[in-house]
Design a protein around this ligand. Structure first.
Ligand SMILES: Cc1cc2nc3c(=O)[nH]c(=O)nc-3n(C[C@H](O)[C@H](O)[C@H](O)COP(=O)(O)OP(=O)(O)OC[C@H]3O[C@@H](n4cnc5c(N)ncnc54)[C@H](O)[C@@H]3O)c2cc1C
Length: 391
């Protein structure tokens, strides 16, 4: 049976970021990644994909540090500087400038990371079972053994399930509907988010001209209705719901996709010989576009921890070797999750609408406060401050 230092389950942006950092450090001999899907292909010539991500400064730094940022298809990396947040029921709005964020397709990021990671990777290889022999190795699918098994396998993590790690949280009973649209304007520098009368956000995220991506949060009845509409009908409803500052939409470019939304936190991020990162460890409402960014911070914190332990000659799979990662990542992710729940509840509460409007008006004129909010959103103060793999 092949023995690896680390086996990573899930080749999404988070698992691949970790793999690329470990590879760059040259500290480990053998790393293996497994993913159940076919090797993804990024269609550089085609229309933008439905799944896009708002990528913060901190994720950009991690991607740059492993060499993946330069491998992105640059014509499909859209920087945006301004974000306008308003409510369909109110006149006032919040405007954030100097965002320094980028909207990038999920597949573009995965493709760039796959270009830099040239270690062992097996697609169409699903994690079915693990056997934990705490003092030895973890056995994966009766086929491989490793000192440390990483779950970066998304919010239905099989690694978490097999390790009997519990989960706190709840479903929002909402779906996030996404698709690509063609705007009527040519301004690709502004992102818009409108809170509808039921408190659900509808975001218009700019891609290269003239495209944008929408993320429409909808309760289950609205979701069923919106998904049942023809493109022409959906276009009409979309244009009627977009905020007063947002451009109108000319056409719907591809099929709508939808994802269930939830707030989840794994009770533990680690166990002897196991670590969870990204959506396997936590999942949040996408309204602030933080999910993958939080996960890439996890990957960086865990890579730092593994590399430091490996340099010191420690067993990288021991719980005490992983504790630093868990304490740092939990603090970082809990604070972000709490901030997001607060924002969500504030916008859902109809009775405080006048107060919220007044608050937006006041904050809009307080540049130092807005600057702090932007800084917090683009680089978490408790996130990784250095990268052990570039030392
Ligand atoms: C509508 C919506 C909009 C969002 N917008 C943003 C945004 O703007 N910015 C942002 O930062 N985040 C955003 N997010 C969140 C973001 O998509 C996730 O946080 C991110 O994809 C998590 O990455 P990951 O690598 O942890 O997991 P995933 O992307 O879910 O990847 C998990 C991988 O594991 C594989 N896998 C699963 N099970 C197994 C198994 N048993 N065996 C082998 N492989 C397995 C899967 O095939 C997949 O490739 C959004 C989410 C939604 C739903």
């Amino acid at each position: 049976m092949q023995i690896y230092d680390v086996c990573i389950i899930g080749a999404g942006p988070v698992g691949l970021s970790l793999a690329a950092a470990l590879q760059k450090s040259k500290q480990l001999n053998k790393v293996l990644i497994l993913d159940s899907i076919k090797k993804p292909k990024f269609n550089k010539q085609g229309l933008p994909n439905q799944r896009v991500l708002s990528v913060t400064q901190s994720s950009r730094e991690v991607l740059q540090s492993v060499g993946a940022w330069d491998k992105l298809e640059q014509g499909r990396v859209n920087p945006y500087n301004r974000m306008i947040i308003d409510e369909s029921n109110g006149q006032d709005y919040l405007e954030f400038k100097n965002q320094q964020a980028h909207i990038i397709e999920y597949d573009n990021i995965v493709n760039a990371l796959l270009e830099v990671y040239d270690g062992e990777i097996e697609f169409e290889s699903k994690l079915e079972k693990i056997e934990l022999k705490p003092n030895e190795y973890v056995t994966v699918n009766d086929k491989f053994q490793c000192k440390l098994l990483i779950g970066s396998d998304g919010n239905k993590s099989k690694v978490k399930e097999c390790s009997n790690i519990g989960t706190y949280g709840h479903s929002y009973h909402q779906m996030g509907i996404v698709c690509t649209v063609e705007r009527t304007d040519q301004d690709s520098e502004v992102a818009y988010q409108t809170y509808l009368s039921n408190g659900c956000p509808l975001a218009l995220l700019p891609l290269y001209n003239p495209y944008s991506s929408i993320v429409w949060t909808a309760y289950m009845d609205d979701y069923k209705y919106l998904m049942s509409l023809s493109d022409e009908e959906f276009l009409k409803v979309l244009n009627s719901q977009l905020g007063r500052y947002a451009p109108r939409i000319k056409s719907i470019s591809n099929k709508r996709m939808a994802f269930p939304l939830q707030s989840l936190q794994a009770q533990r991020y680690i166990q002897k010989r196991i670590a969870l990162i990204g959506d396997a460890a936590h999942s949040n409402h996408p309204m602030a576009g933080q999910g993958m960014n939080m996960g890439i911070n996890d990957a960086a914190l865990l890579a730092n921890c593994i590399i430091k332990n490996s340099r010191s000659g420690n067993d990288i799979g021991l719980e005490q070797s992983l504790e630093e990662y868990e304490s740092q990542a939990k603090l970082m992710n809990y604070t972000t999750s709490i901030a997001m729940e607060l924002i969500k509840n504030t916008y859902e509460n109809k009775t405080i609408s006048p107060l919220r409007q007044l608050g937006a008006k006041i904050i809009n004129n307080l540049d130092p406060i807005k600057q702090i909010m932007i800084q917090y959103g683009s680089k978490h103060p408790l996130g990784p401050s250095q990268f052990e793999w570039v030392k």
